[in-house]
Design a protein. Structure first.
Length: 120
């Protein structure tokens, strides 16, 4: 396992204890700094970065249902899709939320913190 991957539960516990509101502007800066493919790389999930269907990080190996892609006019927003298995889809925050079973507010704070640590 990647060492950052192993630190996520501790980071989540820390940010949850802070009761700090995360400004949406901080989230947007973090998304520009560390888009979904970069977040997946720093978590050690790079094998799941693909625009074709591959094994899902949310399911048992052999479940080829996961892909990521950029959307929008400027193609600057990244989303994941777990199409054929559970229908999950989302952005960087949703990825953290589901991957580590975090509350949305905690996932937002963890994402902003990771973006600041990785690319100050």
């Amino acid at each position: 396992m990647n060492s950052l991957f192993e630190l996520i539960p501790a980071l989540a516990k820390f940010v949850a204890s802070q009761n700090r509101y995360i400004d949406p502007k901080e989230i947007e800066v973090a998304r520009r700094t560390l888009p979904l493919p970069g977040l997946m790389r720093v978590l050690g999930d790079e094998r799941h970065i693909s625009q074709v269907l591959i094994d899902s990080p949310f399911h048992a190996p052999g479940t080829a249902a996961f892909r990521i892609r950029s959307e929008g006019q400027s193609r600057k927003r990244w989303f994941y899709f777990c199409c054929h298995t559970c229908g999950k889809r989302g952005d960087e925050i949703d990825y953290l939320r589901i991957r580590f079973s975090l509350a949305r507010e905690v996932a937002e704070a963890v994402f902003v913190l990771i973006a600041k640590i990785i690319l100050p």
